[in-house]
Write a protein that binds this ligand. Structure first.
Ligand code: KIV
Length: 285
């Protein structure tokens, strides 16, 4: 009884989430901000996860370069390559019907010169069939952003804690607590809006600053560790379903404890195989 009520409730939530927009575009996101509808964004790197997220009614899937950590086990996001990002992105695109897919330009694919940035963005769009790209940084990458936008490719900005610069920061702690950095962040956000970026991710910055940025720009600001005054939220899916369990920042809300649930399932399977209990008569031909 409780379970069936839960299923019905979930179905209602899913259909409400999907009702208003048949297909999410960059314009839908700007409209959502104008209508004060919060934007939901989560990461995916593969077909199966993308299918579940799209079916649940997520607005945006980010094929984040966090794949470098989550999928490949690297310590930072720096090692992932453009080819690897395209592989993940094309798997995700095959899994979705409705949501917007944003793909991170990986470290080294856009910082050296704007022409290379455009070539990388074109490869992502052509080879993965995703709908837009994201890149990290403000005025340092202005020319690259302009060139990508000129080619008709939608760009999402990313300010605050930008993990591709981790060796410059030296730590993953909250950014822009000091006035000078907060001022630069605000200037960068205004510049991204002026250039024509369709949205901005703000990672790990004080909630007051994030709210001010969201109030100052007309494009959606999507936060991760940036408080509730922004226009939407993003989390790494593997963290929010508890598949990863060593990573416990304050901003992370875990909706499941899959690390333990999966461990229990695997140990049960191992013991069923060892004992000869699996497969039983109904599980064979
Ligand atoms: O790569 C990623 O998952 C991201 C989010 C944390 C915003 O950039």
């Amino acid at each position: 009884m409780i379970f069936s009520t839960f299923v019905v409730l979930n179905e209602i939530l899913m259909s409400t989430a999907k009702k208003q927009y048949k297909r999410i575009t960059v314009k839908s996101l700007v409209d959502m901000k104008a209508n004060k509808e919060k934007i939901s964004m989560l990461t995916a790197y593969d077909f199966t996860m993308a299918r579940i997220l799209d079916n649940a009614g997520i607005d945006v899937i980010l094929v984040g370069d966090s794949a470098s950590n989550v999928m490949a086990g690297h310590e930072t996001t720096l090692p992932i390559t453009l080819d690897q990002m395209i592989y993940h992105a094309s798997s995700v695109v095959r899994g979705i019907d409705r949501c917007l897919v944003v793909v991170d330009l990986p470290f080294g694919s856009y910082q050296s010169d704007p022409k290379e940035a455009l070539r990388s963005a074109i490869r992502i769009m052509k080879e993965s069939r995703a709908h837009s790209i994201k890149l990290e940084g403000g005025k340092e990458v202005k020319e690259s952003i302009k060139r990508i936008l000129n080619a008709g490719i939608p760009v999402m900005g990313h300010l605050g804690l930008t993990p591709q610069s981790i060796y410059k920061f030296g730590t993953y702690t909250v950014r822009a607590k000091e006035e000078e950095e907060a001022e630069k962040l605000m200037e960068d956000a205004l510049m991204l809006e002026r250039l024509g970026c369709f949205a901005i991710v703000l990672e790990k910055v004080p909630a007051d600053l994030a709210r001010k940025v969201a109030e100052s720009v007309s494009v959606p600001v999507i936060g991760i560790g940036a408080g509730n005054g922004v226009d939407g939220q993003v989390l790494v899916t593997h963290d929010m379903v508890g598949m990863t369990h060593e990573f416990n920042p304050r901003f992370l809300r875990r909706y499941l404890d899959l690390y333990h649930d999966m461990t229990n399932a695997f140990t049960s399977y191992i013991s069923d195989v060892k004992s000869g209990d699996f497969p039983n008569e109904n599980e064979q031909y």
